[in-house]
Design a protein. Sequence first.
Length: 256
Amino acid sequence: MSRASATGDPSGAPHVTAAVLAGGVGARMGGPRPKQMLPLAGRAVIEHSVAAFCDAPDVDDVIVLMVEDYLPEIEKMVDDNGLAKVSAVLPGGATRTATSCAALRALDTRDGSDLVLLHDAARPLVSQRVIADCVSALAGAGAVGVAVPTSDTVIEVEDDDSGAETLRAVPPRSSLRRMQTPQGFHLDVLRRAYDRALADPALAATDDCGVVLGYLPGETVRIVEGDEANLKITNPGDIEIAELLLRQRPQAKDRP
Ligand SMILES: Nc1ccn([C@@H]2O[C@H](COP(=O)(O)OP(=O)(O)OP(=O)(O)O)[C@@H](O)[C@H]2O)c(=O)n1
Ligand SMILES: C[C@](O)(CO)[C@H](O)COP(=O)(O)O
């Protein structure tokens, strides 16, 4: 697999774009504003997410896909905070999948050998280790997911004839993981997967690695170790948990 750069990087490393997906309204969180705009330790949730990729040495530029009404606020956030790697702030789509497609469209003119990392804006605690591991793993795979083991037993359920939920299956826990983001791709791989997925009227994806698995069956999706702290702000109370996790994290100046 070639790592040659279409962008003329003298090191030969491919160009890496991070796309921060922030097109959701945060229905489960509730409240007047999307959850990615909530304050977390003095910054908006989305600012933590964007800053993490701006700080990542492997990442060349960052695009942000945001709920349309909030685009001016995000542009101001980028300017006010010197988030200089942000190259575009664009509208997201009506579903997460549509927002991933909007990110792909924004990268239409890029070379297929470029790399893209798709990340939930709602995961503000993503670490530099996870970002670096995701990029490194793309040297050996067309797609990379980030996942953690599950300490709970995960079950499958179904409704019985009366509509009551019942247990259908208990898959072996040792092979189960909980998927996180970022998820990384060679751009040509993600393009081919979505070309096929969008032609399928039954498309129902909850993440982008799943689209590659489902529509490009021959493509390896490597899984690298995620981080329990890389939680997805989803429900009321999650901001408070993220605040606690952030307090435990060593400050940049104290890191070895
Ligand atoms: N139309 C959408 C829906 C979701 N997302 C993004 O995908 C990530 C994960 O989605 P989720 O946690 O489901 O966010 P929401 O859709 O905002 O939440 P909810 O389902 O509770 O409305 C979030 O960063 C969210 O902003 C997106 O970019 N575009
Ligand atoms: C992509 C994801 O974060 C992986 O765990 C998750 O599937 C997003 O789901 P959501 O319902 O859009 O939050």
